[in-house]
Design a protein around this ligand. Structure first.
Ligand SMILES: [Zn+2]
Length: 119
C-alpha cells in the first residue's frame, strides 16, 4: 500500500502535467483564462465559468493524449465562444482537425461516453 504522502506527490505531479498541457494550448489558441483549476470532477471532464475560470478533471491524466487535447481545446474555446454553434465547430476544426474522430474512438472504447461528461 502506498502512503498518503506518495499519493499526494503523485497527484501533484499529475496536476502539474495537466496544467502544463493546458498552458501549451492557451499559447496556441491565445486565450486568457483568469484561473485554471485541476480537480476531481464527477460529472464533467471540464467546465468554464463566465468569469473566465476553467476547470479540468484530474482523471483526464489517465485518458489518451488526443482525448486530453480535445477536452482542453474544447474548453478553452468556450472562453471565446460560449456555445457549440457553427463557429465553435469551425474553430475546433482549425485547431484539432480530427476532433470528431477522437470523440468517436473515445465513445467506442468506453461506456462512459465523452459526450456525457463534456461541457
Ligand atoms: Zn462545450
Amino acid at each position: 500500500m502506498k502512503s498518503s504522502k506518495q499519493m499526494s506527490n503523485r497527484l501533484l505531479r499529475e496536476k502539474k502535467q495537466l496544467k502544463a498541457e493546458v498552458e501549451r494550448w492557451i499559447n496556441i489558441i491565445k486565450v486568457e483564462p483568469k484561473q485554471i483549476r485541476v480537480q476531481r470532477m464527477v460529472q464533467k471532464w471540464a467546465s468554464c465559468s463566465s468569469k473566465g475560470w476553467v476547470s479540468f478533471n484530474i482523471d483526464l491524466i489517465h485518458e489518451p493524449q488526443k482525448f486530453r487535447d480535445y477536452v482542453i481545446v474544447h474548453e478553452l474555446l468556450h472562453l471565446r465562444i460560449p456555445n457549440h454553434g457553427k463557429l465553435f465547430k469551425s474553430m475546433l476544426n482549425a485547431y484539432l482537425p480530427e476532433w470528431e474522430q477522437i470523440v468517436k474512438v473515445r465513445n467506442k472504447r468506453s461506456a462512459r461516453k465523452a459526450s456525457n461528461k463534456k461541457c
